[in-house]
Design a protein around this ligand. Structure first.
Ligand code: APR
Ligand code: PHB
Length: 408
């Protein structure tokens, strides 16, 4: 058994694990990252690209914002269309100057990977059989296999950044975990194309035929989504069929501008809300998708992961720089406050913008639920107070201050 040691073992080299490693490394807190697949495989995942103000700030603090600043697009607003009638949400005006950054998650991940490689901090890709051990002791370890050899890392803490299907959440005994889940009765069919986007910013479209989203990756690359039934198959959708349906659901003026073209990626993703409580067990912390999943309607997946990373990073700085080990006990409580607020916003936006058809929801017929939700959307869009509530959640609420354990 090959023996290693470090301060913090990070399981997973997605955005959560890489950002946490980058932030801690810049503070002299050592990490080892263990990743199940190759770096190229991680970079091959298509993901959203709307970054909250807080996420942008943390990428700057991590020293990886150069390309984002150069290539990302700052969005001052977002459109919400209700059966073709567009309401503009002026994020900048409604939030005292906050904006969002449109910059693909894969680019964030690429920048973080490059920074870690530049710093030569230890990262093991294509590992297997990762097992956190003795997580409730003062000396947890993590064992894993790599290139045919077995390894054991002694550490102070383990950050489970290994996503929904990872090993970390399962390390918390079932009787110690409470899992909350809402599976939505529809999915999103996404299409990526090298065509100019229909809008300079995003358009979320509620429509009787189903939800649609017009997003973008750059001035020459578009990302579109259509609500589809959960049992739909991507093979059922030719490019022409996709474009024809998108034109029916987006506002007429956008439909008139739509430039169609060959898809370079097309896939269907399910929608769910999921939360695991607590988000820590002994010296194991759950971070990002390992602890929670949000429906993509609020563009919160990456941003909520960054919020967890920020909380854990600030706590571990207190532990290592001020000896405040008790501070680590606050992580789950603080993280879950933001998790549930973000889950609620994403669930609320999903309920308001999608068509439930005949599916029963909240003990009523889908079309009845739909009437309530259409009224809710109309109400919030019709007042500055309503648009402000949407705007402040969309740009992201401020991160909670981490107080030392002595001030609790
Ligand atoms: N051992 C090592 N690595 C693992 C294991 C394991 N047992 N299980 C999973 N992993 C790796 C996965 O291969 C993946 O690269 O952990 C990483 C988890 O990354 P993500 O799933 O991207 O989760 P996270 O880093 O929290 O980022 C959340 O990614 O999925 C999107 O919508 C989500 O935008 C959000 C963001
Ligand atoms: C995307 O660009 O992929 C995207 C943007 C906003 C969302 C979801 C997805 O809410």
């Amino acid at each position: 058994m090959n023996k290693l040691n470090t301060h913090v073992v990070i399981i997973g080299a997605g955005p959560s694990g890489l950002l946490l490693g980058q932030l801690l490394g810049r503070q002299g807190i050592d990490t080892i990252i263990l990743e199940r697949v190759s770096g190229d495989y991680v970079l091959g995942r298509i993901r959203a690209g709307i970054l909250e103000q807080g996420t942008v700030d943390m990428l700057r603090e991590a020293g990886v914002s150069q390309r984002m600043e150069a290539e990302g697009e700052v969005h001052h607003g977002v459109d919400i269309a209700n059966n073709g009638v567009v309401t503009h949400i002026d994020l900048h005006a409604l939030t005292g100057g906050k904006t969002v950054m449109c910059y693909g998650q894969v680019e964030v991940t690429r920048d973080l990977m490059a920074a870690r490689a530049e710093a030569s901090w230890p990262t093991y890709y294509e590992v297997s059989d990762v097992q956190p051990q003795a997580v409730t002791s003062q000396q947890p370890t993590v064992t894993f296999s790599y290139k045919g050899a077995r390894y054991q890392i002694s550490c102070d803490y383990i950050a489970g950044c290994d996503g929904y299907h990872g090993v970390s959440r399962q390390t918390i005994p079932a009787e110690k975990r409470t899992e909350h889940e809402r599976i939505y009765p529809f999915g999103w069919l996404g299409l990526l194309s090298d065509t100019p986007p229909v809008s300079a910013e995003l358009i979320y479209c509620k429509h009787a035929r189903g939800f649609a989203l017009a997003s973008r990756r750059s001035a020459t690359r578009s990302r579109y989504y259509l609500q589809v039934p959960t049992d739909d198959k991507v093979e059922n959708w030719s490019d022409d069929a996709f474009w024809a349906e998108l034109k029916r659901r987006i506002p007429p003026a956008a439909a008139a501008r739509l430039v169609t073209g060959k898809s370079i990626e097309k896939s269907i993703a399910p929608l769910r809300s999921f939360v695991c409580e607590p988000m820590q067990y002994g010296r194991l912390f759950l971070v990002g998708d390992a602890a929670h999943i949000v429906p993509p309607t609020g563009a919160k997946g990456l941003n909520l992961a960054v919020a967890d990373v920020t909380i854990l990073y600030r706590i571990l700085c207190r532990v290592y720089q001020e000896g405040d080990t008790a501070c680590a006990l606050q992580y789950s409580e603080i993280a879950l406050r933001r998790v549930w607020n973000t889950e609620r916003f994403s669930w609320w936006m999903s309920n308001m913008l999608h068509d439930y058809g005949a599916t029963e929801v909240s003990g009523m017929a889908g079309h009845t639920f739909g009437r309530f939700m259409t009224s809710e959307l109309d109400y919030y869009l019709s007042s500055e107070a309503g648009r402000t509530l949407i705007a402040e959640q969309y740009v992201g609420l401020p991160f909670e201050t981490i107080k030392g354990s002595e001030s609790k």
